[in-house]
Design a protein around this ligand. Structure first.
Ligand SMILES: [Zn+2]
Length: 315
């Protein structure tokens, strides 16, 4: 749906879509991912370019397929919610479910998958201020409130709506957004979050798109196939040793026999020990890379540019 048309759609509010227990499970997963996966957390207050977000932290809980693997019932519930809204609102954004061999074996349904599943933690001053922010490239976005009632002030979800005069625009606020409540909306609809004035606002945001389910720790732009997102540690390793001499990556469930392709390999959700070992290795290679760069060894510097555009991610 084009951006202009998307503005004519309305936000669907679903009260108590998730139970307090389910909200707690998402928060626990976010904590686990943040603790064990350095790359899956984006802290906006540390980034000059994105500083207008203020005190805003995003944890990509779909990283390493964590969201789908750890919380399959919640994944299915959110998916059912967006399908229901798509049908009842007449958006017709989702292709009809296809019955393929993959689906029969328990795989994805058709071409609509999770692009990104994020937990946002917003502290005082944190805001998504751009009036015309939208989730470019996705189809339907669902936000679920995870904070308990009274845990924060401000931070009201809002959309930008064309007024009856046909030319002026004004914010429409959604102050009644309680624990477990969900808002489903067309991803291309303008939306934002007013500044948080007290406490901590936590929401889960899942964007569905016409593409493969992603497991890379960012808001991906590659709809199918290998993601061009490259972890800094992997770049350093390749620069140091050359892709051909990489040790095989251990892939869970594959008996450790899988060879490592030279580019991004979707991370399997492994134990904390394994991740900590990788992080230690990554820090070591990054230090070496920095030192070589300082000494003028150009070969130690990767020429692949970061392609993702994080600021497109939103509430
Ligand atoms: Zn990606």
């Amino acid at each position: 749906m084009n951006v202009h048309e998307a503005q004519t759609t309305r936000v669907v509010t679903l009260r108590k879509l998730l139970s307090p227990k389910e909200c707690g499970a998402i928060l626990s997963l976010a904590q686990e991912v943040e603790r064990t996966d350095d790359e899956a957390t984006l802290r906006f207050q540390n980034d000059v370019q994105l500083s207008q977000r203020g005190n805003w932290k995003t944890v990509y809980v779909h990283s390493g397929e964590a969201f789908h693997r750890q919380l399959p019932e919640i994944h299915d519930k959110l998916r059912a919610a967006i399908e229901s809204a798509d049908a009842s609102e007449g958006w017709s954004l989702l292709t009809p479910p296809k019955k393929t061999a993959t689906e029969a074996a328990g795989g994805g349904r058709g071409d609509i998958c999770v692009r990104t599943a994020e937990v946002h933690e917003v502290l005082v001053g944190g805001t998504l201020p751009e009036p015309k922010h939208y989730d470019a490239g996705s189809l339907i976005t669902i936000d679920v409130m995870l904070s308990q009632n009274g845990e924060f002030d401000g931070g009201v979800f809002r959309t930008l709506e064309l007024q009856d005069d046909g030319c002026s625009e004004a914010f429409l606020e959604f102050p009644e957004f309680s624990t477990g409540d969900a808002m489903v909306f067309v991803s291309h609809k303008y939306h934002g979050v007013a500044p948080v004035s007290r406490g901590v606002r936590r929401v889960c945001v899942v964007e569905f798109w016409n593409g493969e389910e992603r497991s890379c720790p960012h808001r991906c732009k590659r709809r199918a196939g290998k993601c061009p997102y490259r972890r800094p540690a992997r770049e350093a390793e390749e620069s140091e040793a050359g892709a051909a001499r990489q040790p095989p990556l251990r892939v869970a469930g594959a008996g450790g026999a899988a060879a490592a392709p030279p580019t991004w390999v979707p991370k399997q959700y492994t134990g904390a020990d394994d991740i900590k070992a990788r992080q230690a290795e990554a820090k070591k290679t990054l230090r070496l890379k920095a030192l070589k760069s300082y000494l003028g060894d150009r070969s130690a510097t990767s020429d692949s540019e970061e392609e993702e555009e994080e600021h497109a991610a939103g509430d």
